[in-house]
Write a protein that binds this ligand. Structure first.
Ligand code: GLU
Length: 460
């Protein structure tokens, strides 16, 4: 049997981090068994589905490299088929037309609840058609016994059939419900394993009976625990960004997000980080724990800073140039001088970009936004250092270091007398990298200009 999995998001918002993990586990499981990973957009809820959300899902999956093995299936295109199956269920006696009005329905529901019984419509036993009255199509659920699912993650789970209502398959407007559509589509797509959030476990008990009523083979289920926030509550906006796109914009690599998501439920975070290819070879779905994992942004940052350090420097520089909208050779040259030091202090690409602010362009007003007032003795030293550079030609970092140390000894001072004011004069508050590297990046002329600018502005 060829394994076929699917990711089936409803396009009502961005691709969130929980959805991304569901997609990832479906992808890894399919790849592990040389199977297929499919994407189905569940867009039957016309009011809530949007094209932006569909686009965000596609973009998010593309960024994460979770590429489906076939064309995307749009559930809304299968509605005729869903209706046909509902017809078949009516014909084979596993479903019935229910003509109850809203009021009648809620009255019966109340009574059933009071008596600890599942919802059953009187139309279940009645025959006949009432012309012109709207109706819904309901499934006939078993009255006794239990429904049992051997879930790969949750284990053997059971529910008493006394808890399962005759739920709706077709609404009064003739449109299928999620419950029907999902089963019909999964069957038609040949899905062998349904891997999804455990908030759908209750649906599985119901969907089970649609498969049974149609005499279709039931796929394996794996209901994975949801991701919670650090405080243990269900992940929500207040725990930080939820959309995959936002992580991209914050300067995370997709491989960091994937590696981190693997840690949420499957791999121990102590294990070495692996990419999609390697994970595809060793993924074990039954290793996923039953308890919810907690999302921790600092762990994601740690992983990203690890990948940042191992990233090819040339491509990283290109990425920074592109993201900063500055591809001047001057900026590129400066970047290549300090990229190693910058990486040590950065967790994301955005951190790196931020750390280049002091040498990305020469807009002094911006760089020296936070004004510093120097003391008289500092001013004297800054002037002296500036003068020491006048008409000097310095071609390398070693020469710059020698010049600086020389000047310190001539003045008979040490680093602590000049470090802070000089750093401020050259970078504003913008950098914590070592001073010699800063001097080297800027070069003689720019150092002189910046000291001059700051001294001219040295007024309260
Ligand atoms: N469309 C459903 C959702 O986004 C998932 C359906 C399923 O996986 O069965 O929650």
């Amino acid at each position: 049997m060829k394994v076929i999995t699917r990711f089936a998001p409803s396009p009502t918002g961005f691709l969130h981090i929980g959805g991304a993990r569901t997609a990832l586990f479906n992808y890894l499981f399919a790849k592990r068994f040389n199977g297929k990973f499919l994407l189905r957009i569940e867009d039957t809820d016309i009011k809530r589905s949007t094209n932006e959300a569909i686009e965000a899902i596609h973009q998010g999956l593309k960024w994460l490299n979770l590429i489906a093995d076939d064309k995307t299936v749009y559930q809304s295109k299968n509605i005729d088929n869903h209706k046909l199956i509902a017809e078949n269920l009516l014909k084979n006696g596993h479903a019935y037309k229910c003509y109850l009005s809203e009021e009648e329905q809620s009255e019966i529901r109340k009574n059933c609840l009071k008596n600890g019984l599942p919802f059953r419509s009187p139309w279940r036993e009645k025959k006949g058609i009432i012309e012109q009255l709207p109706y819904v199509v309901r499934i006939k659920m078993p009255n006794d016994g239990i429904t049992e699912i051997n879930d790969i993650v949750q284990g053997n789970v059971k529910v008493s059939n006394k808890q399962l209502d005759d739920f709706v398959l077709l609404r009064s407007n003739g449109l299928p419900t999620y419950m029907l559509a999902v089963v019909v589509d999964d069957h038609n797509m040949g899905i062998t394993h349904i891997i999804r959030g455990d908030d759908h476990l209750n649906n599985a008990f119901r969907q089970f009976w649609i498969y049974k009523a149609l005499d279709w083979s039931i796929p394996e289920f794996a209901h994975i625990p949801l991701i919670h926030g650090e405080d243990g509550a269900k992940l929500s906006k207040r725990h930080g960004a939820l959309g995959v796109q936002e992580y991209k914009e914050m300067g995370f690599f997709s491989k960091s997000v994937n590696s981190y998501l693997m840690n949420l439920g499957w791999r121990d975070s102590e294990k070495e980080l692996i990419g999609l290819d390697q994970a595809s070879k060793i993924f074990e779905i039954n290793q996923i724990g039953k308890s919810p994992s907690r999302f921790n942004i600092s762990k994601l940052k740690n992983i990203n800073s690890y990948f940042l350090k191992s990233e090819n420097k040339v491509s990283l520089i290109q990425l920074i140039l592109k993201r900063s909208n500055n591809s001047s050779s001057d900026f590129e040259e400066k970047l290549s001088k300090v990229i190693h030091s910058l990486i040590e202090r950065a967790e994301t690409v955005n951190d790196l970009i931020y750390a280049t602010n002091w040498f990305n362009g020469k807009e002094y007003e911006k760089i020296f936004e936070n004004k510093e007032i120097f003391k008289d003795e500092e001013i004297a030293l800054l002037i002296s250092f500036k003068e020491s550079l006048t008409n000097k030609i310095i071609d390398s970092k070693i020469e710059m270091e020698a010049h600086f140390n020389n000047w310190l000894s001539l003045k008979n001072i040490n680093f602590k007398h000049i470090g802070k004011p000089l750093r401020h004069c050259l970078t504003g508050k913008g950098s914590s990298i070592d001073l010699i590297s800063i001097l080297d990046v800027l070069g003689v002329e720019e150092i002189i200009n910046r000291i001059t600018y700051n001294l001219n502005n040295n007024k309260p």
